[in-house]
Design a protein around this ligand. Structure first.
Ligand code: GDP
Length: 629
C-alpha cells in the first residue's frame, strides 16, 4: 500500500526517492504509532505483521528499529533510523596473505595442572630474560613479558598461568594465544587440569608444546608420562607425531633453552607476521589504577605500532597514550605486534579482554565511545522492552479472561479480579553523578508493595536525551531528573509526547514524588454504607406492556430507598444475590422517587427478579477511599 498524501506530510522529514519514500523511525515505536507513521489502519498493519510471522500482537506492543524498519519496507518505505551519525570503530580486515609483513614474536600461554610448575617455569624464563638484558630493573607483573633469545628472536609469554585467564579471554572473543605450553610434572603425569588444558587448547585450535617438568627429581617415570600423553590424543614427537615434548626443570633451568628453541621452531613453521604500517590494534591484558600514573592498562599489540600520542579506544574507554613501559618499568618509544606494554593515559579503566583500536583523532575516539555507550544503553533498554511487552500481553490476557467471566455472570456482583500481579510503574533515571543514580535506583526500587512497584528502565549519568523520551513514550514511563536539566529539544519532545520530566534536587523529594505516583496506582478501598433497608413481604406479578413482571412488595425498615439508589438484595442468611439498580418504585399506583422508613412500596429491579419473600433490599452508597503507601 502506498502512503497517503496526508501521511507523507506527517513524515518528518521525508525525502522522495525514485522507488521508495524514506521514513525516519525512532529507536522504539508502538504498533499503533507505526501505523500512524505509515499511514495505514492499525488492523491492516497487524494483519500484515501476522502474515510476516509476528505473534502476540497488541497495539501497544513496542517494536525496535530493526523490526519496524522491516515492516516499513513492506509498505515500500525506506527506513532510516533517527540517530546520530557516529559510527563504531572496527578492526581492520585481516589480510589473506601475511607473507609480505614483518615477523612478530609468538604469544605463548603456559597451562597445566596445579603445582606442576607453571609459575616456576615462568619465573625462570623471566629471570633469564632480565639477566640476558641490560636494564636489570625490578620485574613487575603486567600480564605478559618478552624473552629475547641469543638468536635475536623474541618470545612473548602471558604471565597469568592457569586456565581461567585463557578462558576469560576466549569468552570475550580474544583468541590471543599462538602457542600453548602444556606443563606436566614428571612425577605426577596427567591430572584433571592437564586434561582440561588439552581440551581448551584443542577447542581454540592452538598448537601445543609439552613441557615435562621436574625432571630433576629422582625416580621420575618419563615413559609413563609419554604414554599418558598419547592416551590423551596428543600426537607426541616421541611416538612419531608432531607435538614437541621437552624435558625441563623450572627449578634448575635444565631444558628451558630447549623449550625456547621448540617455541621458536614452531613459530617458524606457523610464520607469525603482522603489518606495522597501519592503525594499531591489540587487546587489554590487565588494567589497574596506579598511584601517580592514573589508569594504566597492559596492551598486547596485534598489529600496527603503539606510540605516545596515539588515540586509543577499548570498549567504552579511551586514551591518548602518554607513555609506554615494558615489564621492567623501562619507558619505550614504540611497541609493535606481539609485544605487551603498559599504556597510561586512559580516561577510565578498560577491562581485560577488551579490544584496543587506534582512532584517527581525539574527536573520532570520543565519537566512538559515545556511540558505544548509547548502543549499550539501547541494548539494556531493549531488554526492558521485552519485559514491558510481556507484561502488556499478560494484561491483555487477563482483561480478556475477565471480560469472558463478566459476560456469564451479570447478576452477581463481580468478584474482585483474581491476582492481576503487581502494577509496574516505569521510570528512567538521569542524574549528575553515577553514585546518585545508583542511590536513587536502590531507593525507589525498594518502594511499593505487592500491588504496585517500580521498574527502572534505564539509569545513568547526564541529562535525559530524546531517545530517553522515546523510550518513556513507548514504555509509558516517567523520567526522573536529579540535578540535571533536560535541554530545550528534549523538553519540547517530552511535551509533545506528554512525557513527564520530573526534576528534583533533593533525593527525599524525589522519593516522595515516586511514592505519591505509586500510591495513585493503588486501588482505592471501596467503603459500602447501607442507607436504607426494606424487607420483601410479598412477591406479585403484574403485566407490563404485555409481559409478566415481578414486583417485590416491601416495607422500609430503616433509612430510605431512593429510585436512583444502588441496591443489593440479601437472603435471610445474609448472602448477597443481586447488586444493581432499581427499575420501578411505586407507592400504590403512584411512581415515587423515594420510599422512607415505615412506608410500603413496590419495587422491581433492573434485569433481575429472582427475589423472594423474606429477602432484604438494601440501598447502599459506595465511596472510594484513597490509599497511601
Ligand atoms: P603451578 O601451580 O603450576 O604454578 O606450580 P608452581 O610453579 O607453584 O610449583 C609448585 C611446586 O613445585 C613448587 O613447590 C615448586 O618449587 C615445585 N617445582 C616447580 N618446578 C619444579 C621443578 O622443575 N623441579 C622441582 N623439584 N620442583 C619444582
Amino acid at each position: 500500500m502506498q502512503p497517503t498524501q496526508r501521511t507523507q506530510r506527517k513524515l518528518n522529514p521525508v525525502k522522495l526517492k525514485a522507488a521508495a519514500v524514506s521514513i525516519h523511525l525512532p529507536k522504539f515505536i508502538t504498533i499503533v504509532n507505526l501505523s500512524k507513521l505509515l499511514g495505514v489502519r492499525v488492523e491492516h498493519l497487524t494483519r500484515k505483521m501476522r502474515e510476516l510471522g509476528f505473534e502476540h500482537l497488541g497495539n501497544d506492543h513496542v517494536l525496535d528499529f530493526e523490526t519496524s524498519g522491516l515492516i516499513a519496507t513492506e509498505y515500500n518505505f525506506e527506513p532510516i533510523e533517527d540517530e546520530d551519525e557516529a559510527k563504531d570503530l572496527l578492526p581492520a580486515a585481516v589480510e589473506a596473505d601475511m607473507s609480505g609483513f614483518p615477523e612478530r614474536p609468538p604469544i605463548v600461554t603456559i597451562m597445566g595442572h596445579v603445582d606442576h610448575g607453571k609459575t616456576t617455569i615462568l619465573d625462570y624464563l623471566r629471570k633469564s630474560s632480565i639477566v640476558a638484558g641490560e636494564h636489570g630493573g625490578i620485574t613487575q607483573h603486567i600480564g605478559a613479558f618478552s624473552v629475547g633469545l641469543a638468536s635475536g628472536k623474541t618470545i612473548t609469554f602471558l604471565d597469568t598461568p592457569g586456565h581461567s585467564a585463557f578462558l576469560k579471554m576466549r569468552q570475550r572473543g580474544a583468541n590471543i594465544t599462538d602457542i600453548v605450553v602444556l606443563v606436566v610434572a614428571a612425577d605426577d603425569s596427567i591430572m584433571p587440569q592437564t586434561k582440561e588444558a588439552i581440551k581448551h587448547a584443542k577447542a581454540a585450535g592452538v598448537p601445543m608444546i609439552v613441557a615435562i617438568n621436574k625432571v630433576d627429581k629422582p625416580n621420575v617415570d618419563i615413559p609413563r608420562v609419554l604414554s599418558d600423553l598419547a592416551a590423551n590424543d596428543i600426537d607426541i614427537e616421541d611416538y612419531g607425531g608432531e607435538t614437541q615434548v621437552v624435558r625441563v626443570s623450572g627449578l634448575t633451568g635444565q631444558g628451558i633453552d630447549t623449550l625456547e628453541d621448540a617455541i621458536v621452531t614452531l613459530s617458524e613453521i606457523q610464520d607469525y607476521r603482522a603489518p606495522q604500517q597501519c592503525a594499531a590494534e591489540g587487546w587489554v591484558l590487565e588494567s589497574v589504577m596506579k598511584k601517580g600514573r592514573g589508569n594504566v592498562a597492559t596492551v598486547l599489540v596485534r598489529r600496527g605500532v603503539l606510540k605516545a600520542g596515539c588515540e586509543l579506544v577499548a570498549g567504552t574507554c579511551r586514551a591518548r597514550v602518554r607513555s609506554l613501559r615494558d615489564e621492567n618499568g623501562k619507558p619505550l618509544k614504540t611497541a609493535g605486534p606481539g609485544h605487551a606494554v603498559e599504556v597510561d593515559g586512559w580516561k577510565t579503566l578498560p577491562e581485560a579482554g577488551d579490544e584496543v583500536l587506534e582512532a584517527k583523532s581525539e574527536r573520532a575516539a570520543k565519537d566512538v565511545v559515545e556511540y558505544r555507550e548509547s548502543r549499550l544503553r539501547h541494548l539494556r533498554e531493549m531488554k526492558d522492552i521485552d519485559v514491558i511487552n510481556e507484561k502488556r500481553r499478560a494484561e491483555r490476557r487477563q482483561q480478556a479472561e475477565a471480560a469472558e467471566a463478566g459476560a456469564g455472570a451479570r447478576a452477581a456482583r463481580p468478584e474482585p479480579a483474581a491476582d492481576d500481579g503487581p502494577t509496574r510503574l516505569n521510570f528512567i533515571v538521569r542524574s549528575d553523578v553515577s553514585g546518585s543514580a545508583e542511590a536513587i535506583v536502590d531507593a525507589i526500587e525498594a518502594l511499593g508493595n505487592d500491588e504496585v512497584h517500580v521498574g527502572v528502565l534505564s539509569a545513568g549519568v547526564g541529562s535525559p536525551t530524546e531517545s530517553d523520551v522515546e523510550l518513556a513514550h513507548a514504555a509509558g514511563a516517567a523520567v526522573l531528573c536529579f540535578h540535571v536539566k533536560p535541554d530545550k529539544d528534549v523538553v519540547a519532545k517530552a511535551a509533545r509526547l506528554k512525557i513527564d520530566l520530573a526534576r528534583h534536587t533533593v533525593i527525599y523529594h524525589l522519593i516522595e514524588d515516586v511514592t505519591a505516583r505509586l500510591s495513585a496506582e493503588l486501588a482505592p478501598i471501596i467503603k459500602t454504607e447501607v442507607v436504607g433497608e426494606a424487607e420483601i413481604r410479598g412477591v406479585f406479578t403484574i403485566m407490563d406492556r404485555g409481559k409478566p413482571k415481578k414486583i417485590a412488595g416491601c416495607r422500609v425498615l430503616n433509612g430510605s430507598i431512593a429510585k436512583s439508589a444502588r441496591v443489593r438484595v440479601q437472603t435471610a442468611a445474609g448472602a448477597t444475590v443481586f447488586e444493581g439498580a432499581v427499575d420501578t418504585l411505586r407507592h400504590l399506583k403512584a411512581e415515587i422517587a423515594e420510599a422512607k422508613k415505615g412506608s410500603e412500596c413496590g419495587l422491581s429491579l433492573k434485569d433481575w427478579e429472582a427475589f423472594d419473600e423474606g429477602m432484604t433490599v438494601q440501598a447502599i452508597t459506595e465511596t472510594a477511599v484513597k490509599r497511601y503507601l
